[in-house]
Design a protein around this ligand. Sequence first.
Ligand code: BES
Ligand code: MN
Ligand code: ZN
Length: 469
Amino acid sequence: MQFSIKKNISEKDNVAVILNKTSNLPNGLLNQDETTYVKSALKNQKNTWIEVNQYARKVFLFQPDYKKEENQLNEAMRKAGASLGSLLNTQKIKTVALEESSLNRYLAEGLALGNYQYLRYFSKKNKKENTLNKVQWVGASKKLIDELNAVSSAVYLSRDLVNTPVWDLNATQLANSAVKAGKEFGFDVEVFDKKKIEALKMGGLLAVNKGSIDPPTFIIMEHKPKNAKNKKPIVLVGKGVVYDTGGLSLKPSTSMDEMKSDMGGSAAVIGTMSAAAKENLPLHIIGLVPATDNRPGGNAVTPGDVITISDGTTVEVMNTDAEGRLILADALHYAKKYSPEMVIDLATLTGAAVMAIGRYGIVAMGTAPDKAFSKLSKSGEEVYERIVRFPFWEEYDELLKSPIADLKNIGTREGGAITAGKFLANFTDYPYIHLDIAGPAFINATDGYLQKGGTGVGVRLLYNFLKNY
Ligand code: BES
Ligand code: MN
Ligand code: ZN
């Protein structure tokens, strides 16, 4: 989708109008009859676009509910953007102009995010492609348009990665995608292969990879502008399980079909690096992704095995389906070498997080100062990728004690999202935030500007957080 600045709207431009508080209709747009029609439609219809067909073009009008709180109103406008987009696409319309409004940025965001399609595997792609490809915008600034383009293409990238099945996205291909994104958006990427991972003794990543035919990778991304405000970097870590069968603790087939999305955390990190680099945020940011599939093949790690993480911690593997924490342990330990200011990980880590709050939010926890959590929470409300902070009390540590090793990899079913986070905190020595995105990373039905499939959750949250850092 292409956005551009519009000077003035002509009589042939399809136009979308967000009405102001007093529902004043803009001058010169509608004739007497049309005005009468729109006024009566406004009385009967809430939260829908009113459409006026003027033969040479169409006029779409929307009355927002200004009683809503600011973030809710903005979100309603994103959703209005998505519904305008589908209205335009079903009518095979290619371009639309937005009449000036302070809410346009949210409408435009909804138009952009809602216009996403994953068509890779359709043999007749062009037939399915959305027609809408150009949005012109009165009163926009170049800065705003550039940012919208950067962030929405980063979200698109993240969604594409999640939607791509493991057949076309194994750990090596995920690493290649990161390299490609680095070139396109402007950040550095280094990839460790299996030999290097062995040399670093990343026992968590290697254990999970043992049942697989494909080698693991460890991806390091860096955005380091000259004008970076932070001396110590901010490190983002993303779970890159390109497919999670559960390993020998095999998942039932009903809960396996979506597990190509188990690299959603890595997609969020790659997407965030892309947006941050493209917008050249004045921050030193590092992205780390441990990547592998989790399979029950030949020599797979077994329940009962004891493995050693790269920091020397031994772990009794009680359940091979709790694999995310094993690969993240190595990455979180690796992050120490940067003496980071803060580390945030994103992971589709537990079904327990989904059980607790469903798909509407991100489960957050950790050791970072309250202030960091409240800033992240504020970003979450703004971009509508909201976080809920869970407790991180020391009592939960008890549940991870093993009779034969330093730790075991599962706690009780109760509080399962928290014990997973607690497990991870063992490998940190810096301010740390863990984000469990198992709920919102992948959805089963299109909802507003989020299409069925990968949502790209985390990209807009972290971009906003970093921008306001
Ligand atoms: N990738 C899953 C978590 C998951 C579940 C993500 C549902 C998205 C949707 C993770 O690796 C996993 O299997 N976790 C186990 C942990 C358990 C064995 C302690 C779970 O949550 O059941
Ligand atoms: Mn698993
Ligand atoms: Zn998993």
